[in-house]
Design a protein around this ligand. Structure first.
Ligand code: SAH
Length: 350
C-alpha cells in the first residue's frame, strides 16, 4: 500500500474528491501529517470516521520504522537506522548545534557514484528514496528524539541530484505553509557535481544552499577520487557553478575532504585558490573520515591550516569543519545501507 506521506495537497484533493468527500478535507489531512506530525489516521480528530476508514483502507501513514538508534558519546549526535516499507534500510543522522538541531537525510538507498573514499557507495545503488521517505526521515527523527529540527542537509547516502525530481518535490512540500514550513534557507543539498542537474536546480531558483563535493583542484587529482569527474571535469563544473551563482545569487559551499598526501599539497591549494578567487563561495575543509575498506588517511592538522591560509590569502572564505558522530560511524561518508557492517556502534535496541 502507498504511503499518504507522499502526497501534496493538490494530489490529496484529487483523491478526496474520488472518495466522494469534500475538497477542504485534503488540507486538513495534509496539516495532520506534515504540520502536526500525526502518525496514525485515528489522531485526525476533525475528520469524519467514514473518511478515516476510507483512508485506512487505501493508505499507510508511517512508511518506515526505527530499527536502531546509536548515540555518540562525544557530541550527542544520533544515528537512526530506518527500515522502509520494502525492507530496504537507510541511515539518518541528527546533530545538535548551538543554533538548533540539524538532520542529515539520505536520498538514495546506496549510491552509484563510486567516490573512492565513501562507504555509502560500496554496495552500489539499490533505489531512489521517495519524497515521502525523505519527509519521513525528518518527521520520524523529530518524533523519536523529541527534537525541534530546524536544519536539513541532504548529505546522507546517495546523490540527491540523481533523484532530482523527488528532491524538488521534497523542497516544495517541506516549505509548504500548511506543512512543516521549513525555510529553504535552512536546507543544504550536497552534490558530487552532476552538471546538467546543477543547471536545472539553478533554474528553480530555490533559496537553498548548494554544496559541491570538490576534493581536488585539478582533474588529475579529482579523477583519482571521483569517477564523476571523467564525465564532468572541473572546467564544466565551474561553468555550472558560475551559472548557479548568477541565477540564484546564492553562495556555494565547496566541500574538500583533506586526504594525507593525496589532495592536500601547497600546490593543490594554490590551484584551488586560483579556481575560486573572486567567486561567491565558501570552502569547508574536512579531515577525511576513516572508512574501513580504504586506505585514505586525514591530513596532518598543520597541513590543513597551511592549506587554509593559502586559500585565505586569495580572499577565499574557509572553515575547517568539526566532524560530529565519527565514533558511531555517523560522519560524512560513513553511512551505509547494511545492518552488520559496523562494529563499534553503541547500540540502543528499541
Ligand atoms: N552525493 C552527495 C552527498 C552525499 S556525501 C555528494 O557527493 O556531495 C556527503 C559528503 O560527504 C560529500 O561531500 C562527500 O564527498 C563526503 N564524504 C564522503 N566520504 C567521506 C569521508 N570518508 N570523509 C569525509 N567526507 C566524506
Amino acid at each position: 500500500m502507498d504511503s499518504i506521506r507522499e502526497l501534496s495537497i493538490k494530489e490529496l484533493e484529487k483523491i478526496i474528491i474520488n472518495l466522494n468527500e469534500k475538497k477542504f478535507r485534503a488540507k486538513q489531512i495534509f496539516q495532520w501529517i506534515h504540520q502536526k506530525g500525526a502518525e496514525e489516521f485515528d489522531e485526525m480528530t476533525n475528520l469524519p470516521n467514514t473518511l478515516i476508514n476510507k483512508l485506512k483502507e487505501n493508505y499507510i501513514l508511517r512508511n518506515m520504522t526505527v530499527e536502531r538508534i546509536s548515540e555518540s558519546d562525544n557530541d550527542g549526535t544520533k544515528k537512526l537506522l530506518f527500515k522502509l516499507s520494502d525492507d530496504e534500510v537507510v541511515e539518518t543522522v541528527v546533530m545538535q548545534y548551538k543554533y538548533g538541531n540539524s538532520v542529515c537525510i539520505s536520498t538514495q538507498v546506496g549510491c552509484r557514484m563510486g567516490c573512492k573514499f565513501c562507504a555509502s557507495t560500496i554496495g552500489g545503488l539499490k533505489r531512489n528514496i521517495t519524497v515521502g521517505e525523505m519527509l519521513g526521515q525528518v518527521y520520524e527523527s523529530n518524533k523519536y528524539l523529541q527534537k525541534n529540527i530546524n536544519h536539513i542537509v541532504l548529505m546522507g547516502s546517495g546523490e540527491p541530484l540523481e533523484n532530482l525530481d523527488e528532491v524538488i518535490k521534497f523542497l516544495k512540500m517541506i516549505n509548504d505553509p500548511q506543512g512543516y514550513y521549513l525555510s529553504l534557507r535552512n536546507i543544504t543539498i550536497s552534490t558530487c557535481g552532476l552538471v546538467p542537474q546543477i543547471r536545472k536546480l539553478a533554474d528553480e531558483n530555490f533559496q537553498i544552499t548548494l554544496a559541491i563535493s570538490l576534493h581536488g583542484a585539478r582533474n588529475e587529482t579529482r579523477n583519482k577520487l571521483m569517477p564523476i569527474n571523467r564525465k564532468y571535469p572541473i572546467e564544466e563544473l565551474m561553468k555550472a557553478v558560475d551559472y548557479y551563482i548568477e541565477t540564484t545569487n546564492r553562495r556555494i559551499t565547496f566541500e574538500y575532504a583533506m586526504i594525507k598526501d593525496l589532495n592536500d599539497s601547497d600546490e593543490e591549494a594554490n590551484v584551488l585558490a586560483k579556481l575560486l578567487k573572486g567567486k561567491l563561495v565558501h570552502v569547508n575543509l574536512i579531515p577525511i573520515n576513516k572508512v574501513e575498506e580504504n586506505d585514505f588517511y586525514p591530513s596532518d592538522e598543520k597541513q590543513i591550516y597551511k592549506f587554509k591560509n593559502i586559500l585565505e590569502k586569495s580572499g577565499i572564505n574557509v572553515t575547517i569543519r568539526r566532524e560530529l558522530g565519527s565514533d558511531i560511524n555517523a560522519a560524512c561518508g560513513q553511512l551505509r545501507n547494511n545492518y552488520n557492517l559496523t562494529k563499534i556502534e553503541i547500540i540502543k535496541k528499541l
